[in-house]
Design a protein around this ligand. Structure first.
Ligand code: ADP
Length: 768
């Protein structure tokens, strides 16, 4: 039976029976044709791949095509038409003819034979397919799920070919070959060709990779050889090196065992080929071994008077630390017990911890080593890496000892409170081994491998906060606290230490510059803000630098007296201001006392009332603890309002607002308890509080006044602000010993145990 259908010419893809494709057209003729297929031709068409795409005419069409059905047609936004065509079956084309702009073809159905033979081929093809999928990396196995629906060889071939990554030209023959067995053979051949190609590809890849590896390896080795040769020269210089090492080890003051070990390593070094990668590693190791001070002591100064005078001349005050050193020396002389104490100087920055440790070394005539353990989180930093580790080195302790060059240096370990702990280990526990007098005569660094005696080392650790020193370490240390300096102490340090040192540094004499106490005080109060004197030293240096310049530029002026005005001229406007006491006594304002990292200051706490329903508003720099203190104070006042003679309507009809000015440190929280309480009572009873009174203390709900920290600093701050009377918790009475005399004579201290003592004093009538 002959049929006629419009011909859809496709020249870049192949549509097989049982196969659906999606095509997009923007070509007018194709669109027109699809329109006709859609409207007139019952959605049927003949799909044909021309023999020669460049020369399409009735003679250039093949003998077979595929009958196709238009399944979907839609316009898409880019002006194109999208269609989905389903291939139905192969057909034989008997003739083509032109039909207007299009071609029509006469076609007839072809019979596809399926028999025993095709069944065998079917099974062979499935096997080949499985093998192909297994071996070709870019072939997914999605096709396998569709195999169930296939029952004839022809369909199987059509399915497989639509999945195969074949070129268009190669695919065309699968349409025009009617025999399923033929197509099956084509498929097996095509798959085999692909498999060979894949195998070849893999082989080439492996070879290339190997080649790259080999070249890399070679390059790497060459580099290494180059480096080593550079390092050791040639074989000849290796010989001299070995000779030099032997000489050095013979002269080395160390135990026979260590000597033996070093010699063995030198032998190993000698026996290695100069291209051996181990050579550099052993050389480094030997370098460490022959340069460590295994047995090289300095002799301590025994003259205690001399030691004391050196310490006194370098550092003002710091009596406790100095005493401890003198005690150590005294005991050592008396008993000949050499075991050193492990001192830990704790205090804020710039109070002289490190410089005192250095000066202890100087006074004892010891060498120094200094390391910082701040921020380290890896125990290898302390005990070194094993030698097998690439780039291994000894830990910081051994490094410090080598730098010091003696077995008994003063070893300063800075920032012992700033170590961290993580998966790399706990450096604190390694440090414990270093510092433990029971174990440290046999300190074992992972790199050095031999025991090193640290028991004669005088370790001095430094820290800012004692609480942050790992507990197990704290236990072993003799903590010596160095608190912040008062202004008077700073003045003394400046006069006796910083100014003379800086004068000398700048080549100046006191005949050329003078600076009076008032001016120094201005520098301390208005140009620095610190617990120690580091900034002060720096600012004095700046001042002197500018004076030197003046002296050189203006030769007529031979002498400069530094006063406040000159300071402002040279250093610019004042930078820091401290709280001054209030101008007059006021209701609802009371002086608290703050302890900051920069020292102490007064902290006036204010409260106001306004119409409301008893709500509490808190503003200012209030940390959580301080907010809690405000609530405790308010509840305590409410609970005792009868005793305090407060009308309870105050709470019902008003909102309360408490404000703490900037500058207070959040962590200083609870010690403002008594101040907040007093502020509230003053506010609720409308009575003024003396502006020259300040107070500090934590308050409990029952009115007990608890101890606080930083009394010395707080009192110094209060004194500077002109405070005359200070309430302190009874618990802190002992700390009064630390307060400088000059301050004690200006301030009256009243110790209290219960808040009522403050209340009675201020509001009922103490000895004002
Ligand atoms: P820290 O180690 O506590 O941070 P430093 O030891 O580095 O402080 O001291 C900072 C500077 O202050 C040093 O120049 C030091 O000489 C000086 N200094 C600190 N305290 C004193 C003091 N009591 N007497 C003399 N100089 C001091």
């Amino acid at each position: 039976m002959d049929n006629k259908l419009l011909v859809l010419i496709i020249n870049d893809m192949v549509i097989f029976p049982n196969n659906e494709v999606r095509i997009e057209y923007d070509n007018f003729y194709d669109k027109q044709m699809i329109d006709i297929v859609d409207r007139i031709e019952d959605n049927l068409m003949l799909i044909v791949n021309p023999i020669d795409e460049n020369n399409i005419n009735v003679t250039s069409f093949p003998k077979y095509g595929v009958l196709g059905r238009l399944k979907l047609k839609m316009s898409v936004p880019n002006g194109k038409t999208r269609i989905v065509i389903e291939g139905i079956e192969r057909v034989e084309i008997s003739s083509f003819e032109e039909d207007g702009n299009f071609y029509r073809a006469n076609y007839s159905n072809v019979e596809i034979i399926e028999n025993e033979d095709t069944k065998n081929y079917f099974n062979i093809l499935i096997k080949s397919l499985e093998n192909y999928i297994a071996k070709v990396p870019y072939m997914g196995n999605a096709i396998m799920s569709q195999l169930n629906e296939i029952d004839g060889l022809s369909d199987l071939c059509d399915l497989i070919v639509s999945f195969l990554p074949l070129k268009y030209e190669d695919k065309k023959k699968y349409v025009t070959t009617i025999s399923a067995i033929e197509r099956c053979k084509f498929l097996i051949a095509d798959m085999n060709r692909d498999l060979k190609f894949v195998a070849l590809e893999q082989k080439i890849e492996a070879e290339v990779e190997k080649e790259i590896n080999d070249t890399q390896k070679e390059y790497f080795l060459r580099e290494k050889i180059n480096l080593m040769q550079k390092e050791i020269g040639d074989e000849k210089s290796k010989d001299t090196e070995v000779e030099r090492l032997f000489k050095k080890v013979n002269r080395l003051k160390c135990s026979a065992k260590i000597k033996e070990k070093i010699k063995r390593e030198i032998d190993r070094y000698d026996s290695l080929n100069s291209n051996s990668p181990e050579l550099g590693m052993i050389r480094d190791y030997l370098d460490w071994m022959v340069n460590l001070p295994w047995n090289n002591y300095t002799k301590d100064t025994e003259d205690l008077v001399k030691v004391k005078s050196i310490l006194d001349s370098s550092h003002y005050a710091l009596e406790e630390a100095k005493d401890r050193i003198l005690e150590y020396l005294a005991v050592k002389q008396n008993t000949n017990n050499l075991r050193s104490p492990i001192i830990c100087l704790v205090g804020p920055p710039g109070v002289g911890k490190t410089s005192l440790a250095l000066s202890i070394a100087k006074s004892l005539n010891r060498k120094t080593a200094k390391i910082s353990v701040g921020g380290i989180n890896d125990e290898a930093e302390i005990v070194g890496h094993r030698r097998t580790y690439i780039g291994a080195n000894p830990g910081r302790i051994i490094q410090g000892i080598r730098k010091a060059g003696t077995t008994n240096p003063v070893f300063i370990i800075d920032e012992i409170d700033k170590m961290t702990k993580d998966i790399k280990g706990d450096p604190a526990s390694s440090l414990l081994e270093v510092l433990d007098p029971e174990q440290n005569n046999k300190f074992s660094d992972h790199y050095i491998e031999e025991e090193f005696d640290l028991s004669k080392v005088m370790f001095i650790a430094t820290a800012n906060y004692v609480e942050q020193i790992p507990y197990e370490l704290r236990d072993r240390l003799e903590i010596i606290n160095i608190s912040s300096y008062t202004e008077y102490e700073k003045l003394d340090i400046a006069k006796k230490h910083l100014i003379p040192v800086e004068l000398e540094e700048h080549g100046l004499t006191s005949l050329q510059v003078q600076i009076d106490d008032g001016a120094i005080m201005t520098l301390i109060r208005n140009y620095t803000k610190e617990a120690g004197v580091r900034e002060l030293g720096r600012i004095i240096a700046t001042l002197f630098r500018k004076i030197v310049k003046k002296l050189l530029l203006n030769k007529d002026e031979m002498f400069y007296k530094i006063d406040d005005k000159m300071i402002e001229d040279l250093l610019g406007k004042k930078k820091y201001f401290y709280m001054e006491t209030l101008e007059k006594d006021e209701v609802g304002v009371v002086n608290g006392m703050a302890y900051t990292v920069f020292g102490g200051d007064v902290l006036p706490i204010e409260a106001t009332l306004f119409k409301g329903k008893g709500n509490l508003t808190l503003t200012g720099s209030l940390g959580e603890v301080m907010q809690e203190s405000c609530h405790i104070a308010l509840d305590y006042v409410k609970a005792n309002m009868d005793e305090f003679k407060i009308d309870n309507k105050v709470f019902e009809e008003n909102d309360i607002h408490i404000h703490v000015p900037e500058g207070a440190v959040n962590k200083d929280g609870p010690s403002a308890g008594v101040t907040i309480t007093t502020t509230l009572i003053s506010l609720f009873t409308n009575r003024k509080v003396d502006k020259t009174v300040a107070m500090t203390g934590e308050i409990t709900l029952r009115g007990r006044v608890l101890g606080i920290g930083g009394l010395k600093e707080k009192v110094i701050g209060a004194h500077r602000a002109g405070i005359k009377k200070v309430f302190i918790p009874l618990e802190n009475e002992k700390d009064l010993d630390e307060i400088p005399k000059e301050i004690k004579k200006d301030i009256k201290f009243i110790t209290v145990n219960n808040y009522f003592e403050i209340y009675n004093y201020l509001f009922v009538g103490g000895d004002k």
